[in-house]
Every structure is written in C-alpha cells, then in structure tokens.
Design a protein around this ligand. Structure first.
Ligand code: NDP
Length: 337
C-alpha cells in the first residue's frame, strides 16, 4: 500500500517514513518547501520509486492535500508545530487545527482508496491535573486535556507556552474525532497516536544541537547538564523512543482492530536524572548530575497506562539504557559530545 506522510522532514516523521518503507509500504512525504526535500531524497534513495516528496506550502489551506491523496491507502498526519515560544495561541492552534481539518477534508473528497488516517497527537491532549497529589494519577485513553484549552481561551497570549501547545494538540485531535463522528459513509477510519516526550537518535536534517527539535534538544542539553540537581531529581515526565512511536504507526496500519482508537504510546515515566545517570555510565566524560538521587523514591503526580499500545499494537518499548546508548552514539558520530 501507499501512505501519505505529512511533515515528512520532522524528527518523528523521518523515522515513520523509514519504518513504513522497511515494512514494505510506499511513501509520499509532504514538506513545506523544496529546501526540505533534498535531505529526504538522499536518505531514502535506496527505496527508489517507493519514496517521493511533494511540496505542500500551506497545510491550512482548504484542499491543500487534494492533489496528493488520490492513490493512497493511508495517511499519517504528523505536521504540526511543537515549540513552547508562541506568543499568540493561534500561532500553534491554526496550523494544528486547520492542518488536521484540511487533511481530513481532502481525505473525504479525493481519496477513493483510503482505508485509514493516523493523526499524530500527543499526551498533551490527555494530561490533567491530579486532584489528589498524595496518590499518583494513572491516565488512560479516556482522559482529555480540557484544562489547557480553557486556560488558553481565558488568558490568550498571557498563557504559558506549554499550555498553548497542549491546547493546540487537544483542539486538533478533538476536531479529528468530531469529524469522523459526524461524517457518514467514510470509506476509512481514524487512529490517533498519543506519545509523551519523544527521545532517541535522529535522521532528520540538523546542523547543530541548538537546532534540534524541542524534545531531542531537551534531552541533549539535559545529559550535557544544564539543569540544577534539584530539577534533575524532581523534574520529569513520560517518554518514548522515536523508533517505538514510528513502529506504532506501522502497527496502527497493519492491525484492523486499531480502528477508532486513541493509543497512549509511552514507555514509562522518568526524572531527568535517569537519563543523566544512564548517559554518564556509558560516557563518563558526561556529568554525573545529582549523585544523591534515588530512583526508587521518585514521585510522579501522574503516569500513563500504556496497556492498549502493548496489547493492540504489540509495541515492545525500548528502555532508558537502550535509547541513551543509541542517542549518544548518534551525537558522538556528529562530534557533539
Ligand atoms: P519537528 O519540529 O521535528 O517536526 C515538525 C513538523 O511539522 C515539521 O515537518 C514541520 O515542518 C511541520 N510544521 C511545523 N509547523 C508547521 C506549520 N505551521 N505548517 C506546516 N507544517 C508545520 O517535531 P516532531 O517531529 O517532534 O513533531 C512532530 C509531531 O509529533 C507534532 O505533531 C508534535 O506535536 C508531535 N509530538 C511530538 C512529541 C515530541 O516529543 N517530539 C511528543 C508528542 C507529540 P517545517 O520543518 O517546515 O517547519
């Protein structure tokens, strides 16, 4: 089958393309400009005519994808801004929401062979405040992040960067589910994949560490130690290896029973010191970080239940050690360590 991957030059998307090609799919990737296409063509040259790149310069335009979906069996929509520096909420919300809707509109009217659409959402669309901080809150796919949407509506530009980003992901994913719920007679179904922080090696085009995408950038500067000991031991979240979220895309196309589901694709919880410790062990020239940190005492306000991704998609998640080792090798090969 043939898969359209939007935003194919992104950190996660390049791994999605690679995994799809490795699994035997043909891939058409979209990028915003010709300057983003060359690296991909070189990277996937060995796929021959099973890989091509097309330019969609503005994903928010109605009909933006009409010309590119006529022969595809599936779509993986990944293009969406991920950064925490937006001033106006619409800098994030418009491309996230309108981009998703324009993919779905083209899918409805111009894709006769289409069977499934995957929208790459985020646990940003799942998280909520723990009402009882004494106990860890376990979140599954039934949870929706309403809070950040409300805060963004109330505070506008004054809302925190992370709040605005999470609102954009919630609004985009919600719009996708609303779309398939109200459209009758679609020949295809929807799956959303909801990863937390995505770490691991990278294949996309990056000139220097400062230019890394938001999550890989965070990881790099963490193991190079820019956080104080307090933050290393107390700050963290959940994470997944980029190759595991890429594999989740492949499995979401191969498993009929994935239809109509959200999937939290999370390996587990971490404090930043977990990655600092793992990195230091492999590469002793890297900082030790907080030597009094005890992982068995780490407290988490919330954690994710990843049962559905394991049972339905069959994902076997990489460990902190595996991801750290492979990522350091990558950085080393570039002379960044
Ligand atoms: P990248 O920044 O590496 O990739 C983002 C992709 O989206 C690029 O192709 C980029 O194109 C495109 N894009 C960004 N803004 C726009 C816009 N306004 N219009 C059209 N295209 C745009 O990030 P990731 O690979 O990390 O993120 C990919 C997806 O994964 C996003 O949907 C993100 O929300 C989601 N995600 C990421 C997580 C992470 O930790 N990395 C965690 C959970 C979800 P260009 O290069 O032209 O800017």
């Amino acid at each position: 089958g043939k898969v359209l991957v939007t935003g194919a030059n992104g950190y996660i998307a390049v791994w999605v393309v690679k995994s799809l090609l490795d699994a035997g799919f043909s891939v058409r990737g979209t990028v915003r400009s010709e300057s983003k296409a060359g690296h991909l063509r070189t990277l996937f040259a060995s796929a021959g005519d099973k890989f091509e790149v097309v330019i969609v310069d503005d994903i928010t335009k109605e009909g933006a994808f009409d010309a590119h979906v006529g022969d595809v069996d599936a779509i993986a929509h990944t293009a969406s801004p991920f950064h925490l520096k937006a001033v106006e909420p619409d800098e994030l919300i418009v491309p996230a929401l309108q981009g998703t809707l324009s993919v779905l509109h083209s899918a409805r009217t111009h894709a006769p062979k289409l069977r499934r659409v995957i929208v790459l959402s985020s646990t940003a669309a799942v998280v909520r405040t723990n009402p009882n901080p004494a106990e860890t809150l376990i979140l599954d796919e039934s949870s929706w992040n309403e809070e950040d949407v409300v805060t963004t509506r109330e505070k506008g530009a004054a809302a925190e960067g992370g709040v605005k980003y999470r609102a954009s992901k919630t609004l985009a994913e919600r719009a996708a589910w609303d779309f398939v719920a109200k459209e009758k007679g679609l020949g295809w179904d929807l799956v959303t994949l909801n990863p937390p922080f995505v770490f691991g090696p990278f294949l996309h085009e990056v000139a220097k560490p400062e230019d890394l995408n938001t999550s890989a950038n965070t990881w790099y500067f963490t193991v190079k130690s820019t956080l104080d000991n307090e933050a290393l031991a107390n700050n963290g979240a959940s994470w997944v290896d980029v190759r595991d979220i890429a594999q989740a895309h492949v499995q979401a196309l191969l498993k009929p029973e994935a239809a109509g589901n959200r999937f939290i694709v999370s390996s587990g919880s971490f404090k930043f010191q977990d990655f600092v410790s793992a990195a230091h062990k492999i590469e002793p020239t890297l900082p030790e970080g907080n030597t009094s940190y005890d992982p068995s005492k780490a407290k988490f306000a919330s954690k994710f239940d990843n049962t559905r991704a394991k049972t339905v998609l069959g994902i076997k998640f990489r460990t902190v050690e595996e991801t750290t080792k492979d990522t350091l090798e990558d950085f080393k090969a570039r002379g960044w360590l």
